[in-house]
Design a protein around this ligand. Structure first.
Ligand code: HEC
Ligand code: HEC
Length: 282
């Protein structure tokens, strides 16, 4: 090592030691506080679902969420991918149901706060979202006529106490759906309109019960939330809330130069008072 470079090394050690832990500016502290779970507003009423806050609907929805009977082959439920002990996701790069999908399972903690659903936001109500995996051939691979028969046979009484009388299903084919296989679509098209309407109503109510359950899936407090709370209170974050220098520098980037916070701007995209230019409030 030359004399010059050893001197440089000494200077660098001295500079790094003198730096200590990186600090946040007041503006950064304000942004961090805005990202804390405690800033999550109370759940708004779901104006698309009359049963959203009916406890019996949520209870039935919870049964259906975990029931593998709610699939074509009887092997997959919502909870196959949305696992209760992993914030309702599965740690896989791509979700696997009846087949392998091309997307990652989204966590459901706090999902009822979202204005729209799926990675691409292609559903705008929680109950309509729930119907999609039920008929997706790679996920639950069922069809609405089969689900309607299943609900009547298995949960008829519980269903009727919430949603009123089930229709007469004697003329409804075992398998039929406007989105299914060729045979299922042909069976669906052959059904009288009023009968298709009745099946659609039961299918929609399945979604509404599941959505009522999903309103109860609250996000747990994380290390980040404890860190943000301590920081907002002017206290030195302690225990697992104490961030390492790398974590602090990463957070500075996240809310600063790297612009992540433009989109990832609060618990479930809801704190729109800061930064939010890409995902507008609804
Ligand atoms: C095969 C695995 C799998 C099954 C089964 C499954 N999901 Fe999902 N879920 C996913 C994947 C993957 C996504 C993202 C898919 C996309 O964006 O196209 C997702 C997205 C969602 C979302 C959107 C979350 C958000 O923040 O936008 C909700 C809500 C949801 N699922 C609920 C359900 C319900 C309810 C069921 C059962 C009726 C279910 N899922 C069944 C894998 C699954
Ligand atoms: C323009 C908006 C936008 C910006 C800026 C942005 N993200 Fe994202 N990010 C998204 C969206 C939308 C998704 C989910 C959709 C997808 O995967 O295509 C996502 C997904 C993610 C995921 C995956 C989450 C999961 O559960 O699989 C991570 C991690 C992530 N972003 C981190 C970051 C980081 C770190 C930055 C800054 C360097 C950043 N994002 C900047 C919009 C954004």
């Amino acid at each position: 090592m030359s004399r010059f470079s050893s001197l440089l090394a000494l200077v660098m050690v001295a500079v790094l030691a003198g730096c200590g832990r990186p600090e946040f500016s007041d503006a950064e502290k304000q942004t961090i506080a805005s990202l804390a779970l405690s800033r999550l507003p109370p759940l708004k009423p779901d104006t698309t679902n009359r049963f959203a806050d009916v406890p019996a609907a949520a209870a039935l929805g919870s049964t259906l969420f975990f029931d593998t009977g709610m699939s074509g082959g009887g092997t997959v439920s919502c909870s196959t991918c949305h696992k209760i002990d992993r914030q309702f996701q599965d740690d896989l790069p791509q979700a696997v149901g009846v087949g392998r999908t091309n997307r990652r399972t989204m966590p459901l903690a706090g999902v009822a706060h979202d204005p729209w659903f799926f990675w691409d936001g292609r559903r705008d109500s929680l109950w309509a979202q729930a119907l999609t995996p039920l008929e997706n051939p790679l996920e639950q691979a069922g069809n609405r006529a089969a689900f309607t028969h299943y609900i009547k046979a298995r949960f008829g009484e519980r269903y009727e106490r919430i949603f009123g009388p089930l229709p007469d299903l004697s003329g409804v084919p075992a398998n039929a759906s406007p989105l299914g296989t060729d045979a299922e679509r042909a069976a669906w098209n052959a059904m009288p309109g009023a009968q298709a309407e009745e099946v659609n109503r039961v299918f929609a109510n399945i979604g509404k019960a599941i959505a009522a359950f999903e309103r109860s899936i609250a996000p747990p407090q994380t290390r980040f939330d404890r860190f943000a709370l301590d920081l907002a209170a002017g206290a030195e974050p302690k225990g697992d809330a104490a961030f390492s220098s790398e974590e602090i520098l990463g957070l500075k980037l996240f809310i600063g130069k790297a612009n992540c916070v433009t989109c990832h701007n609060g618990p479930r995209f809801t704190d729109v008072s800061f930064h939010n230019t890409v995902v507008p409030p609804v």
